[in-house]
Design a protein around this ligand. Structure first.
Ligand code: NAD
Ligand code: TDX
Length: 336
């Protein structure tokens, strides 16, 4: 089996490549990534010499490059490549549409031309919008994206659906809740707060901090995608989540407590515009049809993650360089 993994130098993509190479000793993985600010080949250092993994630096918006790559006997495409950070989509929506919508369409076209056996679109619960105090997102929940990021992911999903209906391309869409774990870029809530707490800098909580996210350890997301590749019924959507709803304040207090830092570091800042209040995934279809079960509970997963960031300070301090600082200057100006 030959897999093309897009965005394989990012957080989830790199965890997925490590997982698949380990899980399937006869699979070959071709990793295509443009190496934007979020792509980091250091994540894949442990498979540098593995002959079943190869890396190609290219952009999914480059139709010629994607066609050439997929023409070489690719069985499965798993599309992780995306602009993934909601706050950046508020500052600069344009690249989100280009990569997440147009890039997806370019991949779909190449997959169709070369008859791939499965195209898996890695999407997000954010396409469903925001929940009230009760209820969960099912695969039938209408799409109601609220940020340029989630709107662009919903646009990509719609094209995936259309290529199945119109051209019979064998596709699946997975919609996962918030991931955490090793190699997550330190702009996302958990690694950002770990790095701020260690530096004893203010921890910026948007609004009242009572927004709820449904957290899943990244390896559990990878195992679900593996099952979707092999057992997903063509054209179906699969929601992925581990029933771990927590408020942002709870997450931040857990991190501070485990690092032995004071809660006085918590600083409430201006709320994110269009900030979704609550996400919660109903994973019963994925569990029932594919037999998926997450292995990590949140308490042990967050402990493991904090230890990983403590042990890999080099990894994230190197990232927090020039371009990272420029982004925060735009995001907060002088207010923090
Ligand atoms: P990430 O930002 O860490 O990684 C994205 C990767 O895509 C990077 O390596 C980047 O270089 C690459 N990339 C960006 N634009 C590209 C382009 N035009 N061509 C080729 N490569 C490009 O993101 P992540 O958190 O690993 O998310 C991966 C996927 O999973 C995304 O599609 C995201 O929407 C989805 N997702 C993420 C989460 C989460 O909690 N992080 C949850 C659900 C779904
Ligand atoms: O500094 C912060 N302060 C804060 O209060 C940051 C970065 C975030 N937050 C809040 C906003 C959210 O309610 O924490 C929550 C989580 O924020 P992010 O880590 O930015 O994640 P989120 O916006 O929920 O989106 C994530 O999950 C779904 C990923 O970034 C997406 O790619 C994925 O689709």
């Amino acid at each position: 089996m030959k897999l093309l993994v897009t965005g394989g130098a990012g957080f989830i993509g790199s965890n997925f490549i490590l997982y698949m190479l380990h899980q399937h000793p006869d699979y070959e993985v071709i990793n295509v990534d443009a190496l934007t600010y979020a792509g980091n080949l250091e994540n894949l250092k442990s498979v540098e010499d593995n002959r079943r993994h190869s890396f190609v630096q290219a952009d999914i918006r480059d139709a010629r490059a994607m066609d050439e790559l997929i023409s070489h006997g690719i069985n499965v495409v798993v599309n992780f490549a995306a602009e993934s950070h909601v706050d950046r989509s508020i500052l600069e929506p344009d690249v989100f549409v280009k990569t997440n919508v147009l890039g997806t369409q370019i991949l779909l076209d190449a997959a169709r031309r070369h008859g791939v056996e499965k195209f898996v679109q890695v999407s997000t619960d954010e396409v469903y919008g925001s929940l009230g105090e009760t209820g969960l997102f099912t695969e039938e929940t209408p799409l109601a994206p609220n940020s340029p990021y989630s709107a662009s992911k919903a646009g990509g999903d719609m094209l995936v659906r259309a290529y199945h209906e119109t051209f019979g391309l064998p596709v699946n869409i997975t919609r996962c809740s918030n991931n955490y774990g090793p190699y997550q870029f330190p702009e996302k809530l958990i690694p950002l707060m770990i790095s701020k707490a260690l530096a004893e800098e203010p921890l910026p909580i948007y609004g009242d901090g009572l927004n709820i996210r449904d957290w899943l350890f990244v390896e559990d997301h990878c195992s679900a995608i593996d099952l979707v590749i092999h057992q997903g019924r063509d054209g179906e959507i699969y929601n992925i989540g581990g029933n771990n709803e927590r408020t942002n304040l709870h997450i931040v207090k857990t991190i501070l407590e485990q690092l032995g830092k004071p809660e006085s570091l918590i600083t409430h800042v201006k709320d994110r515009p269009g900030h979704d209040r609550r996400y919660g995934i109903d994973p019963s279809k994925t569990m029932g049809e594919l037999g998926w079960q997450p292995k990590h509970n949140f308490e042990s997963g967050i402990r493991e993650t904090i230890v990983w960031y403590l042990d890999h300070q080099d990894w994230w301090t190197r990232i927090q360089s020039g371009a990272y600082r420029e982004y925060y200057a735009k995001q907060y100006g002088d207010s923090l």
